[in-house]
Design a binder for this molecule. Structure first.
Ligand code: ME8
Length: 518
């Protein structure tokens, strides 16, 4: 039987500048989900990439005295390095300057034109270049962009239009009959009440006043509007409308497009309308997460209040950063990024709770049993509760992951880790060790701790992909049947006479004072 498929995407980022920790946030979330689904046996397709056309990029390149392509090439190299050090396991990295993508966009445009859903007219209105968005006079806020508050430019040019208005009723009907389509729920209400119900206007989908874009094949003075170009990446990456469209047949519709909340509108109105016009199925879900903010304001490239993810990874390690991003902020809501909060999480959750559980367990097996656990066992009164919690934790993590509730999943895992640390205090292995007759009980306690560590290392892998192997090495576990997701549900998969190997500290503690002054 062929495996069930799972297709997940991130937005394709503008390579107008280096990315910041906000972009890493979406990508890490998508990566955690992709890894989770792979562990659950799915055939996963994880797509990310870069959105390289448009007036914004053209202008920046000009300021730098470079061609747009040479400029974006350098940024794309930087982005790929970032994803490598953050252990992002994407399957495809699409660039909208890739030849195959450009051809597909031209075909899509032509098909819609031939069908009558794209027509030629002239556009007069306003354009926000940083957002690459058209606005009518009525939509402006105090004469500025209603999304970012910046200056807009008057645009008057011959353009092609997409009949977005034609799809308004079908969109409302679809969204209302598919409550899972736009998540979280609040974003659905926002789309219906703020955008769909007031009425949709046809969308300008070509520009003539600049060149850095995909030319309309049958009218090359026009370049395709950058959002139509960008949104098409989700299907062009699968070979849509090409000779080799097996992946399209296999993976489309996407299971989820992960996006920041400011671009939910493009993904839940323009994108589904384009797909309806193409007679293609709609993605199953668009999840609009919140922003990482600094001092209450959105971290953004153009505001310059950004945190460089490479610096953070270099300093604290990629697993720690990934953990922090997904734990600190409830997915869907905004969350403040501070160095203090990051260091606090590293010290308390990673070094104290998780790291200590491993080092204490390994040290005790080493000290009391010379590194290898004997086979004789005697249960303690505290065992059942611990085992039950381990079982429940795996189930809860599965439930939360299905809903993309990463922070809740991690909270459950840490409850189990903390419970295991408490189990050490309850059973007091150092007291048991003093009594020859309690050696069986002691071996039982240490086995249970080893088992918790094995289970935790498996279920934490989507979030922290390099940590599990470090744990397994210290427990002499090899990747295999004792480290599969299903084995995390089977108590007792750790070999009964496991051997420990003292290793490096998992997460070194950070001196907050020294660090913040550095
Ligand atoms: O919008 N907090 O690209 P972009 C959380 N090219 N997430 C953030 C963030 C923050 N402070 N800042 C950015 C574009 N993001 C288009 C997308 S898709 C067909 C085209 C993340 O480079 C978040 O996912 O401006 C947001 O939606 C995305 O980066 C915007 O990246």
């Amino acid at each position: 039987m062929s495996k069930k498929t799972y297709y997940i995407t991130t937005p394709i980022y503008y390579p107008s500048d280096k990315l910041h920790i906000g972009h890493s946030y979406t990508t890490v979330a998508a990566d955690a989900m992709a890894r989770y689904k792979r562990l659950r046996g799915y055939d996963v397709k994880f797509l990310t990439g870069t959105d390289e056309h448009g007036q914004k990029i053209e202008r920046i390149a000009k300021q730098k005295g470079m061609t747009p392509k040479a400029y974006v090439d350098s940024i794309v190299t930087w982005i790929k390095e970032l994803w490598k050090i953050m252990n992002i396991s994407y399957d495809t990295f699409i660039r909208t300057t890739d030849d195959y993508h450009e051809k597909t966009v031209q075909k899509i445009f032509k098909k819609l034109y031939e069908k009558g859903d794209i027509y030629k007219s002239s556009y007069e209105g306003w354009y926000c270049t940083p957002c690459e968005t058209f606005f009518t006079e009525r939509q402006l806020k105090d004469g500025k962009c209603p999304d970012c508050g910046r200056e807009v430019e008057k645009v008057k040019e011959e353009s092609y239009f997409f009949r977005l208005s034609k799809y308004q009723d079908r969109l409302i009907e679809y969204i209302e009959s598919h409550p899972e389509f736009i998540q979280p729920q609040t974003r659905q209400n926002e789309m219906i009440n703020n955008f769909l119900k007031p009425g949709l206007e046809d969308l300008c989908v070509s520009r003539t006043s600049f060149k850095w874009g995909i030319p309309v094949e049958f009218d090359p003075g026009h370049v395709v509007y950058v959002w139509v170009d960008a949104l098409s990446n989700y299907i062009s990456a699968l070979g849509y409308m090409s000779e080799n469209d097996e992946e399209y047949k296999k993976y489309w519709p996407a299971d989820v497009h992960l996006v920041g909340k400011e671009i939910v509108r493009f993904h839940t109105i323009i994108w589904p309308a384009l797909l309806m016009a193409l007679d293609e199925p709609l993605p199953r879900q668009v999840f609009g997460h919140g922003w990482l903010v600094i001092d209450g304001g959105k971290m953004s490239k153009s505001k310059g209040n950004v945190v460089d993810p490479k610096v953070l990874v270099d300093r604290y390690g990629s697993d720690a950063i990934r953990y922090f991003l997904l734990r600190e902020v409830a997915f869907g809501q905004d969350g403040n990024f501070t160095n203090e909060a990051l260091i606090q999480r590293i010290n308390s959750d990673l070094a104290n709770d998780f790291g200590n559980l491993l080092s204490r367990t390994v040290a005790m097996v080493d000290k009391y049993f010379n590194g290898t656990l004997p086979l004789s066992r005697k249960a303690t009164a505290y065992d059942e509760e611990l085992k039950n919690l381990a079982r429940e934790t795996v189930t809860k993590v599965e439930e939360y992951m299905e809903k993309l509730l990463f922070s809740d999943a991690l909270t459950e895992i840490w409850n189990l880790i903390r419970r295991a640390n408490k189990y050490i205090d309850e059973t007091q292995p150092w007291v048991l060790a003093k009594d020859e007759e309690k050696k069986d009980e002691l071996a039982n306690v240490l086995y249970n701790l080893g088992e918790i560590l094995r289970i935790v290392s498996i279920i934490v892998e989507p979030f922290m992909p390099t940590t599990p192997r470090k744990v397994w090495e210290q427990l002499s576990l090899c990747e295999g049947e004792n480290t599969t997701w299903d084995s995390a549900k089977t108590w007792g998969s750790l070999p009964q006479d496991f051997t420990v190997k003292k290793g490096e500290i998992l997460f070194p503690r950070i001196d907050m004072k020294v660090e913040l002054e550095a």
